[in-house]
Each structure stands twice: as C-alpha cells, then as structure tokens.
Write a protein that binds this ligand. Structure first.
Ligand code: ADP
Ligand code: MG
Length: 630
C-alpha cells in the first residue's frame, strides 16, 4: 500500500547522529508535549517566510540567481491518500551542507536552553519554541517522518534531500528538484490526521500566521488563505482591538498583549504609516521577543529591513512595530545621504509620537503609566543621559520615590508643587537602596525640616544625572555635597533631635580631631567638624574639587578597579558620642576603637564599605568594653 511507503534517498549519506541536545529535544517533543501541536505549522511557515525574506534581500542586489522572477510564495498541499502534508516555499533554499548544518548537527544552544526551560513548567513551552531557534523540530510532534527537499538559489548548487523519523539519526541524499526553494513533506502520525483537513489548516493559519508577509496558497488554489493585510495602512478607526493584538502577537510571539499601541499616518514631510507597540514587559534573557531590537521597515508594503535601528533613538529600543514609508526608494543604499536624511526625518516623527503617547498615558491613565515606568523607566533615564533634543520631554516623564513619599511614584512637576516656600532646589540623594538611604547622615537637615529628597537608587540614575542638572530652571542638588548651601527653613520635623548639649571646648575638639587623623591616617583626606548634622555622629563628604558623586559612581560602574577618591570625615561636635570620646583619657584603646567604628559606619552609610563583616571583631571588643564599664 502506498500509504506506508517510507522514502529512500538516492546516494544516501547513511545515518548521521543528531547532536545530543537535539536528540533530547526530539524525545521531549515526541513523548511528552502534546499541547498545541498545531504550532508546528506556524514554525514551518515562519521558516519559509524567513527564507523568502532572505531571498527578497538577495534579489535586490544580485540577479544572478536561480529563478530570479519566481513569485515569493508559500504553498501547502494536503495529500489525503498518503497522509502527507507538504509545505513549499520559493525562498533561498539550502545546499546539502547547509541542510546538514541547519537541521541537526551544529551545536544548538537553543536546544539546550529549551531543555532547561522544559525542566520547569512545560505547559506552554511549545508555544514559544520558535524563540529558542529550534522551531523546525516541533514538526516531530505530528510527524511519522519528515523529508526536506531543497535547492539553493545559488546557480551552481544541486538539489538535496534530508530525511528523519524523529529517532536519533537523519540522512542526507541527492534529489531531483528544478526550481528554487524548499519543500517539506510531513507524513502525519495517525493521531495527527486533522492537519489534512483544509478547514483545520485555514484555522491554524488564521490564528498563527495570518500576517506573514507572503501569500500562502492551499492545494493548487489561487486564493490566498492568509490575510497578509497591512493593517498599519488601514484607518485606525477601522481596526479592531483584537486585530491589533493578533498582529502584535504574530510580530513578536509575545504571549502578553501590549501595554499600548501607537497607530498613525503622517503626511508631512513624507507619507508614513506606523504601528508601534509598547510591550507589557521588559523581556529578559531566555525569552527575548525578537532576535534583535528594531522596527520592521517597509517601503510601500515591501519589507526592506527586519530590524531597523535607525527609526528611533536607542533609548526607545523597547518599542516594537512596523513603519511603512511611501517615498523611501527601495534600492537606495542605506549609507546614501538621501536615505539618511529621510530616515532622520522619519525618526523625528516617530520619536515625537512615542513621547506624545507616553505623556498622554501619564496624564490620562497614571496606573498604566506606572506599569510602563516599572518596566521601562530605565530607558527614559538612559534617554536623559543621552542628552539629545528630547531631554526636556523625557524629564517630564521621569518618576521618583522620595524620603517623604517612599511608596509612591511622582514626577518632577509634582516635586516642584511640594516644595517649601524658600526652597530653591530639587534635592536628591544617591544610594544603593532606599532602606540604607533612609539612614543617611546627609538627610539630617532635610528630615528635621521636612524637605522632600528624591531617593535615587537605580544604577542608571548616576548616568541620568549627568544629563539632568535642572528642571524648569530649578537646579538639582545632591544633599551629600559638602559645600551645599542650605535653605533657611523652619524646623518642623518630628525626628528626634539629639538633646542639645554644650559642644566640646575648642581645645579638646582640636585634640580629638588630631586623634581622628592619627587613627585613620591616609584613609581619609581630612577630618573636620560640621554643623550640618543633628542626629548623626559623622558623615563622609567629597573634598572640594573632587569629582561629583554621580561621576564617581559612573566611573565605578564602568571600571571596577576605579578607586573612589578619599573623602573628608565630618564629625558632629554636639553629638553625645563625639563629646564622650573627646573626654576619654589620652591614648585609650577605646578611643581608637570608637574612631574606627565611626569611620566604618560612615563608609557603610555611603554604600562604600568594602567588607562590612570585618567590623564584627571590633564590635565585639566594643561590647566587651561596654559590659566592663557596667
Ligand atoms: P530558526 O528558524 O530559529 O533558525 P529552526 O529550527 O526553525 O530555527 O530552523 C533551523 C534552520 O533551518 C533555519 O535557521 C534555516 O537555516 C533552516 N531552514 C529551516 N526551514 C527552512 C526553509 N524553509 N528554507 C531555508 N532554510 C530553512
Ligand atoms: Mg524557525
């Protein structure tokens, strides 16, 4: 019976072993993953589409190819009699060597990543198999055997076939194929015969592959079964929300719907159609949404760049979508002056639209904007660091926590509204996390006067500050600056102000400072007193003329060897601890223990202690002295 005939290959290579991870992958696909088997069709169609896109690029510059004028298309044939589903494309095809490499032997990091992910929850894993770069193998969920016959677009190459049953090996042999492209015959398993039904195929194509940029035909038919509708060219009012989401899903393979979409037509200075999406999540690591950042660039519906990075500034690289420019010459080399002038005009329009949408979200739907900020705020900060023409707009989009409102996101405009009469600056503090910041000695004055201080704990904040020195002409001011001029404000804080004691006599104080300098040696650039502190014992500040704290942090991030310049230790002469240590008898062991600990504590508060655990022995000594004293 024809039905069970297994193909044999001419000039077969004999069995070639699949690479180990692929064997394991096949094993899982065949034996344990039965959900959503239909996605095999999406994966094969997406490979066909990729091969067609590559072909389209090649034809633009090279006419010396096989079948240069053949339509770029995909065909699906359903052979009921033999139980075989066939998918053919007129894409770039593969040579014998390419088949061997692409379908089975070369180390596949994607297979490994997929296996690792499969160890966890595997329920929806098949749905995202394409993201691991191993989509092709999903065909073995439905196939008894698969035969791939392909002919490369390169004129001097011959056709070849690849065959496998999903066992540990595959084989490669010679083939007869006159035209360019790839044909994949899938002998369906008994329980996968549903994929021989036209209606089922139409349904699957509509769900998963409706917007592939090439026509898909069924069974010799002339009618396209995918919509291939350029929805970005439709009037936004006529597109349904569901269509937007479908298109997004197919564009990105993202499971979660987008946070927002931006769909517009602009006709000056040139006609462009754009459909952009703000994703719901900043995708990380394993599940990268597309291979690269960038927008799909079309010129009159013809895809000319898959990942165009020239259409938005780098800090908007999380934006996904499609741009279709009417007047972009198809064959223009991207380096040409004309092209780059056009591109920069498009970029300006798109950037403004994204900013507009974000502002609109921020004002109309703060919760939605909050979700955006949580995921993508770092990109806005990066944009400010980039210091381009949009800095003002981006600054308005920033959201902060502060010492007075640690659990709420608010804007710089809100901050300006909260300012005290007489306050002329926007104060901020840099640190590693909000909890340690809240204990910072630099905040003493601000806490006792209830002045709001922005708490900046994101590593990218230091970069941002390099580009953000003022907002609506109100300067930003780091509260850790030693020469900071404090506004003259009334005290109203409820923080426990240390009982005001008489400061030490000058003479005693001078002697104490000398002892501090002695003990700390060249670990500090100086020791001096300050009147800035109320509840805190001491703090570290930068010496005059030192690089700003922001710049130091940036340096430290870029170069781990970077040594933070030595700081000045400022002590609070009115603090009981300082007073008492000043009154200890000369050269007491306790004096140097206390000084060391004051210094270490100050380092810790600055987030600069290299080894906090090393303080333990000293703390024990201090405990012992305290106990002895009792
Ligand atoms: P991915 O598509 O992510 O690269 P797949 O497992 O789906 O991973 O496909 C593996 C490779 O096989 C592709 O990268 C491509 O080189 C090759 N391939 C698969 N299908 C085709 C096709 N129809 N035409 C040309 N090459 C193909
Ligand atoms: Mg693929």
């Amino acid at each position: 019976m024809a039905e069970n005939k297994i193909p044999t290959l001419k000039d077969s290579s004999g069995p070639i072993a699949f690479q180990t991870e692929i064997k394991q992958l096949l094993d899982i696909l065949i034996h344990s993953l039965y959900t959503k088997r239909e996605i095999f069709l999406r994966e094969l169609l997406s490979n066909a589409s990729d091969a067609l896109t590559q072909m389209r690029f090649i034809i633009q510059t090279d006419h010396d190819v096989l079948d240069p004028s053949r339509e770029l298309e995909i065909r699906i044939e359903l052979d009921h009699k033999n139980g075989i589903l066939t998918i053919s494309d007129s894409g770039i095809g593969m040579t014998k060597e390419e088949m061997q490499t692409n379908l089975g032997t070369i180390a596949q990091s994607g297979a490994k990543a997929f296996l690792e992910a499969a160890e966890g929850d595997e329920s929806d894993l098949v749905d995202v198999i394409g993201r691991f770069g191993v989509g092709f193998y999903s065909v073995f969920m439905v196939a008894e055997w698969v035969k791939v016959t392909s002919r490369s677009y390169r004129i001097d190459q011959e056709a070849a076939s690849w065959f496998a049953t999903g066992a540990d090996t595959f084989e490669i042999g010679a083939a007869e194929k006159e035209d360019r492209g790839t044909t994949i015959e899938v002998k369906l398993k008994e329980d996968a015969r549903e994929f021989l039904e036209e209606s089922r195929i139409r349904e699957v194509v509509k769900t998963h592959s409706n917007y592939l940029p090439y026509p898909i035909y069924l069974n010799e038919g002339e009618e396209q079964i995918n919509q291939q509708k350029a929805i970005w060219r439709e009037n936004p009012r006529s597109v349904e929300d569901g269509d937007y989401e479908d298109f997004y899903r197919q564009l990105t393979l993202e499971l979660e719907p987008p946070l927002e979409k931006i769909h517009f037509v602009a006709d000056a200075p040139l006609l462009i159609y754009a459909l952009l999406y703000l994703p719901a999540k900043l995708d990380r690591g394993l599940f990268t949404l597309r291979e690269q950042d960038g927008l799909k660039l079309f010129a009159r519906k013809i895809l000319i760049e898959e990942y165009s990075k020239d259409l938005l500034p780098p800090y908007f690289r999380f934006v996904q979508g499609v741009v279709d420019a009417e007047d972009l010459p198809l064959n223009v080399s991207r380096e040409s002056v004309q092209a780059s002038a056009l591109m920069s005009r498009i970029k300006k329009i798109l950037t403004n639209q994204v900013i507009l949408k974000l502002k609109e979200m921020a004002s109309k739907d703060p919760d939605l904007y909050g979700r955006f900020w949580q995921e993508f705020g770092q990109f806005i900060k990066e944009g400010i660091a980039a210091n381009d023409e949009h800095r003002e707009d981006l600054s308005a989009l920033l959201r902060f926590h502060s010492t007075t409102m640690p659990d709420q996101w608010f804007s710089l405009d809100d901050y300006l509204d909260h300012m005290k009469p007489g306050q002329e600056k926007i104060y901020y503090i840099l640190g590693d996390d909000e909890r340690s910041i809240s204990r910072s000695p630099h905040l003493d004055y601000f806490q006792t006067h209830c002045v709001e201080v922005l708490t900046l704990t994101d590593p990218v904040d230091s970069f941002m500050l390099l580009g953000l020195r003022e907002y609506h002409e109100v300067p930003l001011q780091n509260v850790a600056d030693s020469d900071l001029e404090l506004p003259d404000l009334e005290e109203e804080g409820e923080g426990e102000v240390s009982q005001v004691e008489e400061p030490l006599e000058d003479e005693v104080l001078e002697k104490l400072l000398a002892t501090f300098r002695d003990v700390l040696g060249d670990r500090v650039s100086d020791v001096r007193t300050t009147d800035r502190l109320t509840n805190s014992v001491a703090r570290l500040v930068d010496a005059k003329g030192a690089l700003g704290q922001e710049v130091q942090r940036v340096y430290r991030m870029m170069d781990r060897e970077y040594q933070i310049p030595k700081k000045i230790l400022e002590i609070n002469p009115a603090h009981p601890i300082i007073k008492r240590v000043g009154l200890l008898e000369d050269n007491s062991d306790l004096t140097s223990l206390v000084i060391e600990q004051i210094f270490d504590s100050a380092l810790l508060l600055e987030g600069q202690h290299p080894d906090p655990v090393s303080m333990i022995p000293r703390i024990q000594q201090l405990i012992e002295s305290a106990l002895d004293g009792k």
